[in-house]
Design a binder for this molecule. Structure first.
Ligand SMILES: C[S@@+](CC[C@H](N)C(=O)[O-])C[C@H]1O[C@@H](n2cnc3c(N)ncnc32)[C@H](O)[C@@H]1O
Length: 406
């Protein structure tokens, strides 16, 4: 059994935990922005391929006490690094985080860990210098209260980089954040969804992936694939199994609009990429079914009318940080009050870092959650009557998948 650690946005730990449990793995701890779980060897690939709200997945290689550099070195040296790496690997200790620990110089820790890894590899392979001409591998170190965690990166590029968004425009939302928002709103595929500030289309595209049960990682590769522990045959089986789980029989009403016609074109193109990647996965199992694309149109949000009696509006309007200024954003939020009138029975979820959002839109959210999107301190405002009661005990399953083949 392996211990894995999945990272996520601070505020999304519970949602990520539910996703992990849904994949069948047992949670074994969490901390802000990370969830640990136990999984078999397949979990190494499956977690990367399937988790929607995780930014990275690590394999925990060692956990031990160290309050001095000798102990730190020994713990890292004792790991059988040669079992993971090829002889031309280039290892980087990409991040060190310390908290309430005697060892707290991140730079020195980084150097010592790097030294211990290379010493072990050199001793095992009887080499004084390694060529470092091959694949790069990242190692991360956490030291909390003198307890060291040595983590091996299995993801490579962060998992929000699904591969479908070739052009994100000025202020795209992270795909993982969009997915967390959908899950926090307890959105289900039968509910119409509209993003009136769609930009590059992230929210609608993530909704489409979720609705059709498409694993978000189909369009990319993972750092795991460069390691000796990677089992290509198993990975192919996992991909095929996930392709079989794609729901091609469901109809969804997922749409987006934006005032900027260039943004609309970007959204269409990105959605095309996402659906093509899913289509390729389907082809691997001999299916040529076409995945329905979300619809995007150019429109000012103030002119929209509800196309259905009920549904969900989910969006990240300009915050006044990367687009416009704070005052302009406030004016826009004031105007956004019309959405409550024009979409009367719809639920709404809005993410923004602007502190005067509620005051400006003129309505208090039923639920408010800190949900960090990138480097910004963003909050997620949820307007939905169902959340007050059900949301507190959000179901174990991230979606209503009674009819899936799993
Ligand atoms: C923060 S971006 C949305 C980013 C998007 N979620 C993504 O992932 O790419 C805000 C978007 O709101 C759009 N916008 C600004 N004013 C608008 C208006 N009055 N009506 C509709 N869209 C508007 C901008 O063109 C921009 O694309």
């Amino acid at each position: 059994m392996n211990t894995l650690v999945a990272l996520c946005a601070i505020g999304a730990e519970k949602i990520l935990g539910n996703e992990i449990k849904y994949l069948g793995y047992k949670l074994c701890g969490n901390a802000p922005g990370r969830v640990s779980f136990l999984g078999d060897d397949d979990a190494l690939y499956r977690a990367n391929l399937c988790l929607r709200t995780s930014d990275r997945v690590y394999l925990l290689l060692a956990k031990y006490q160290a309050d001095n550099f000798d102990a730190l070195f020994d713990g890292v040296y004792n790991i059988q690094w040669q079992d993971f790496y090829k002889k031309d690997v280039k290892v980087t200790v990409d991040k060190v985080r310390t908290y309430k620990s005697k060892l707290n110089s991140e730079h020195s820790i980084q150097g010592m860990v790097q030294k211990a890894i290379y010493k072990k590899l050199g001793d095992k392979w009887h080499m004084t210098t390694l060529p470092e001409s091959g694949d790069e591998s990242d190692v991360r170190i956490y030291i909390d209260n003198n307890e060291v965690l040595v983590l091996l990166d299995l993801s490579g590029l962060p998992l929000h980089k699904r591969g479908y968004r070739t052009d994100g425009g000025i202020a795209p939302l992270r795909e993982t954040t969009a997915s967390a928002m959908l899950q926090m709103m307890m959105w289900r595929r039968k509910i119409p969804l509209h993003d009136p500030f769609c930009g590059s289309g992230t929210i609608a595209i993530e909704a489409a992936l979720y609705a059709h049960n498409i694993a978000p990682g189909f369009g990319r590769r993972f750092a795991l694939e460069n390691l000796c522990i990677y089992n290509k045959e198993r990975a192919t089986k996992i991909r095929r199994k996930e392709a079989e789980n794609i729901r091609t029989d469901v109809e969804c009403r997922i749409t987006g609009s934006d005032i900027d016609s260039a943004a609309v074109e970007r959204a269409k193109l990105n959605a095309e990429h996402a659906c093509v990647a899913a289509g390729r996965a389907l082809q691997e199992i001999g299916s040529d079914v076409r995945i329905e694309r979300p619809d995007f149109v150019q429109a000012d949000f103030a002119e929209l009318e509800a196309p259905y009696e009920s549904g969900l509006i989910l969006c990240n309007p300009p915050y006044g940080e990367r687009i416009g200024d704070a005052e302009e954003a406030e004016k826009l939020y004031k105007k956004m009050g019309c959405l409550f009138k024009n979409f009367p029975a719809w639920e709404m979820g809005v993410i923004t870092s602007h502190e005067k959002f509620q005051e400006s839109i003129g309505k208090h959210a039923v639920m408010l959650k800190d949900l960090k999107a990138g480097n910004l301190e963003t909050k997620f405002y949820m307007y939905s009557d169902k959340l007050g009661t059900k949301h507190q005990n959000s179901s174990k399953k991230p979606d209503d998948r009674k009819t899936t083949k799993r």
